[in-house]
Design a protein around this ligand. Structure first.
Ligand code: G3H
Length: 254
C-alpha cells in the first residue's frame, strides 16, 4: 500500500511570462501552491499512516491466529504448554510486526531546478526526506531555452513546425537539446528506483516529466503522451491495484 504522487512545481516567474526552460524562482502564486501542497500531503500522509496501521494490525492478527490454531488444542499437559508457547510466539510476532510496519515513510523528490526545490520548501524535514534529482529536470530546450512559443515560431519557424509534426521524437536544436524520447531514457533510473522502493513518494517536477511519468504508470501510449494536458496546480496519485495503477486527481483551488 503505497502511493506515487506527481505534481508540477508551483507557478514560476517564467511560467507567468510564458517562457519555457530556464531556472526561475516561484511567483507569489507559486509560493501559495507550495504551502498548500505541503498541507495537502501532510493530511494524506496521516490518513495513509492510519490505513497502514490498520492493515498491519489485520495482517498481524491473521498471522497470529493461523499460528495459534496450528498448535494442537486437545488436553494433554504437553499439548497445553505447546499451545501456550504458540500463543506467546504469536504475541511476540504481532508486536514485532506492529513495530516494523509496512513502511509508512514518505519522500519528496524534486528536480535540481529552483522552481521545484522551492515548491518542496515547506515540507517538515523531520518527517519528509527531500531529494533533489537532476534526472527530474525539465526537458532541455537547447537554443530555445527561455523563449516563448511565439518567439520560437517567429525565430525558428522550421523547428516549430517540425516539433508540431512529431513532438515525441523532435529534439530541440543546440547543445544538450532534448526530445521526449531522450527524456524517457533519462527517466529510466528514476523509474527503476520508484519500482524498487515500498514507501510513498511525491514527485515535484515539470510538465514534460510529469507527462512521461504518468504515461509510464498509467500505460498511456507515447503518441498521446507529449500532448497530455497537465496544468499547474494538479496532483496526480497513482495507487497500485491488482491489475495496474488506479489514478486519482486533485486540483488546487487558490
Ligand atoms: O518546455 C517546457 C514545457 O513545459 C514542456 O511542454 O513539451 O508541451 O512544450 P511542451
Amino acid at each position: 500500500p503505497r502511493v506515487i504522487y506527481i505534481t508540477r512545481h508551483g507557478e514560476s516567474e517564467d511560467n507567468a511570462a510564458g517562457r519555457i526552460g530556464g531556472d526561475a524562482s516561484l511567483s507569489p502564486s507559486g509560493v501559495a501552491y507550495a504551502k498548500a501542497l505541503s498541507r495537502f500531503i501532510d493530511r494524506r500522509r496521516l490518513e495513509f499512516a492510519v490505513e497502514v496501521e490498520e492493515y498491519n494490525r489485520q495482517l498481524a492478527q491473521s498471522i497470529c491466529s493461523s499460528t495459534a490454531s496450528s498448535t494442537p488444542g486437545a488436553c494433554s499437559e504437553a499439548e497445553s504448554s505447546a499451545s501456550h508457547s504458540g500463543a506467546a510466539d504469536a504475541l511476540r510476532l504481532e508486536q514485532s510486526l506492529l513495530r516494523r510496519r509496512v513502511h509508512p515513510g514518505f519522500e519528496v523528490w524534486t528536480s535540481m531546478l529552483k522552481r521545484t526545490m522551492e515548491t518542496a520548501e515547506y515540507f517538515d524535514p523531520q518527517i519528509y526526506r527531500v531529494k533533489n534529482i537532476k534526472s527530474l529536470n525539465e526537458i532541455y530546450a537547447g537554443k530555445c531555452e527561455g523563449m516563448t512559443y511565439q518567439e520560437i515560431a517567429r525565430q525558428y519557424p522550421d523547428e516549430y513546425e517540425a516539433r508540431q509534426l512529431d513532438k515525441f521524437y523532435y529534439r530541440y536544436p543546440g547543445i544538450g537539446g532534448e526530445s521526449y524520447a531522450d527524456v524517457v531514457l533519462r527517466l529510466q533510473q528514476v523509474i527503476v528506483e520508484l519500482e524498487r522502493i515500498r514507501h510513498s513518494v511525491l514527485l515535484v517536477t515539470h510538465r514534460a516529466m510529469a507527462r512521461t511519468l504518468l504515461a509510464y504508470f498509467m500505460d498511456i501510449p507515447t503518441t498521446h503522451m507529449p500532448d497530455m494536458e497537465l496544468p499547474l496546480g494538479y496532483i496526480y496519485a497513482c495507487e497500485p491495484r491488482p491489475f495496474g495503477n488506479h489514478l486519482r486527481v486533485w486540483r488546487y483551488i487558490p
